[in-house]
Design a protein around this ligand. Structure first.
Ligand SMILES: *[C@@H]1O[C@H](CO)[C@@H](O)[C@H](O)[C@H]1NC(C)=O
Ligand SMILES: *[C@@H]1O[C@H](CO)[C@@H](O)[C@H](O)[C@H]1NC(C)=O
Ligand SMILES: *[C@@H]1O[C@H](CO)[C@@H](O)[C@H](O)[C@H]1NC(C)=O
Length: 245
């Protein structure tokens, strides 16, 4: 009887506590280490971790409190700590904090972004997407866990491998480590959907954004790519973020 009561109470507590909190699981299937980073939206407090190291083949979890409503996650690559200054920095996705934790700083583009709106900010529906609006650095997927009706989304293609020279970011060895969007690289209104192009019907895809879309059909390839790039799931699911899915 005592057992039943405490079991009931702990199940009830679990249910109440779990009603709107979210766990994000991370797995790194890349052959290299990734340093995931998080940024909370809307000036709200940051998550318990804003950056950590995730070696190849390893997994990690991040508890997102029930009152967290929006933000982004991205992966940083090629990170090192300078032996002289002690400053931490990354080849791609760096947040320029000088530390593994980003502490509220965003990633310097280009970086593949996962954007989340969770926990009832939108009437009980979570929104999530993969965005290449500022560019790409590594393949990422996000998979809702628990409700099989909710769809995963990803940018699994190798955008670096097809990146045009005028968009490419190269590493010390000359290889392409990230690919800028046309908006980021060329800063023209037809690519950024600004000025006279500042509306969905006035800003069609371009040759540049179509190259991104061909590699990653589910990801935002430019600002008004909503139709095929926004995903939803009823609030309450947890999520698996995978690098190099
Ligand atoms: C969420 O609640 C925690 C604990 O009460 C608090 O420290 C944090 O600032 C809150 N976060 C937001 C985004 O309001
Ligand atoms: C699962 O997701 C679908 C699609 O959004 C929704 O209609 C359904 O109610 C969800 N099921 C549960 C158990 O939340
Ligand atoms: C998942 O994708 C399928 C096929 O595109 C679609 O029919 C379904 O509505 C999607 N589910 C949700 C929850 O968006």
């Amino acid at each position: 009887m005592v057992f039943r009561t405490s079991l009931f109470l702990s199940l009830a507590a679990l249910f109440i506590a779990g009603a709107q909190s979210t766990t994000v699981f991370f797995t790194n299937k890349c052959s290299y280490t990734v340093w995931p980073a998080t940024l909370t939206g809307g000036g709200a407090p940051q998550l318990p971790t804003t950056g950590f190291e995730l070696p190849s083949g390893e997994s990690s979890t991040l508890e997102v409190p029930p009152n967290w409503t929006s933000g982004r996650i991205w992966g940083r690559t090629g990170c090192t700590t300078d032996s002289t200054t002690g400053k931490f920095s990354c080849l791609t996705g760096d947040c320029a904090s000088g530390q593994i934790e980003c502490n509220g700083a965003g990633g310097i583009p280009p970086a593949t972004l996962l954007e989340f709106t969770l926990n009832g900010n939108s009437n009980g529906i979570d929104f999530y997407d993969v965005s290449l609006v500022d560019g790409f650095n590594l393949p990422v997927s996000v998979q809702p866990l628990g409700n099989y009706s909710c769809n995963a989304t990803s940018c699994a293609g190798d955008v670096n491998g097809v990146c045009l020279p005028e968009l490419s970011v190269t590493g010390p060895d000359g290889s392409v480590v990230a690919c800028k969007s046309a908006c980021l690289a060329l800063n023209q209104p037809q690519y950024c959907c600004s000025g006279e192009y500042n509306a969905p019907e006035k800003c069609p895809p371009t040759g540049y954004s179509k190259l991104f879309k061909a590699q990653c059909p589910q990801a935002y390839s430019y600002a008004y790519d909503d139709g095929s790039s926004t995903f939803t799931c009823p609030t309450g699911d947890n999520y698996l973020v995978m690098f190099c899915p």
